[in-house]
Design a protein around this ligand. Structure first.
Ligand SMILES: NC(=O)c1ccc[n+]([C@@H]2O[C@H](COP(=O)([O-])OP(=O)(O)OC[C@H]3O[C@@H](n4cnc5c(N)ncnc54)[C@H](O)[C@@H]3O)[C@@H](O)[C@H]2O)c1
Length: 248
């Protein structure tokens, strides 16, 4: 029904090679957008889509700048930025190496800053939209996730401040806060039937009042809504898409 909602729109998605990012790529493509993906891992499934793929580590500003310059050379504009690349690292604080703390914060938070800073001049021209992927763990804590939860909480307030800054240029900025979603990132937590930091997968499911995990498409659709004209008065918000996880 919404086919063509993003016709002629140029979308840039970080971390579009897998999970939530890949579902978002496919959703934008199905609604007529041209999509460019910045990811440091190029998956076969991504290559099978019609998006343009750039091998980029979002922690490296030069690599982002080169990709964005190529996107502009080819498409002349950017209308939408989805800052989605992210990693987890599961460790008690005592055992966490400084390098691991930096890796999580640099990927999840600094990468968002670097990518946004590079794309912002083009979003000013297009009066564009940004959606940042945070997490339900932006609002509540979780043992063994100190670096991850710190990065995700920061993303929510980064989003609010950027929304205020961008408003004068007609740029809207929002974050999404997914609950536990069936993606490779989550699978890695429960690999080989081992108990993850949140117990078993059944324990994690029980933490969601809806009684199940989410699917990547259930995050992609709200991301597209936030980027659409239907969300024209929404900026600075954090949309919790977590099956009720934060409502207990
Ligand atoms: N899956 C969940 O349960 C869940 C819940 C809440 C929030 N999130 C967030 O959603 C986002 C997507 O997660 P996912 O579950 O789809 O994970 P995923 O591992 O399936 O996908 C993450 C993508 O980001 C890319 N990436 C990681 N580091 C990068 C870097 N330095 N440079 C470029 N690309 C990089 C990976 O290559 C991968 O393609 C993340 O920000 C994650 O924190 C996930």
């Amino acid at each position: 029904m919404n086919q063509g909602r993003f016709k002629n729109k140029q979308v840039v998605i970080t971390g579009g090679g897998s999970g939530i990012g890949l579902a978002t790529v496919k959703s934008f493509l199905s609604e007529g957008a041209r999509v460019s993906v910045l990811d440091y891992q190029i998956t076969d499934e991504l290559v099978r889509t019609t998006c343009d793929v750039y091998q980029v580590d979002v922690r490296k500003s030069e690599s982002i700048k080169e990709a964005v310059a190529e996107i502009i050379k080819k498409n002349h504009k950017i209308d939408v930025l989805i800052n989605n690349a992210g990693i987890e690292f599961v460790s008690s604080l005592e055992e966490m190496e400084e390098e691991e703390w930096d890796r999580v914060l640099d990927t999840n938070l600094k990468g968002m800053f670097l990518t946004t800073r590079t794309v912002l001049p083009f979003l000013k021209e297009s009066h564009g939209v940004i959606v940042n992927t945070a997490s339900q763990l932006a609002l509540v804590g979780s043992a063994l996730f100190t670096a991850y939860t710190a990065s995700k909480a920061a993303i929510v307030n980064f989003t609010r401040s950027l929304a205020i800054e961008g408003a004068k240029d007609g740029i809207r900025v929002n974050s999404v806060c997914p609950g536990a979603i069936h993606t490779p990132l989550l699978s890695r937590q429960f690999e080989n039937g081992k108990k993850g930091p949140q117990g078993s997968i059944q324990d994690l499911i029980r933490m969601h009042p809806l009684g199940r995990l989410g699917e990547p498409e259930e995050i992609a659709k709200p991301i597209l809504f936030l980027c659409s004209e239907d969300a024209s008065f929404i900026t600075g918000s954090a949309l919790f898409i977590d099956g009720g996880y934060t409502s207990w």
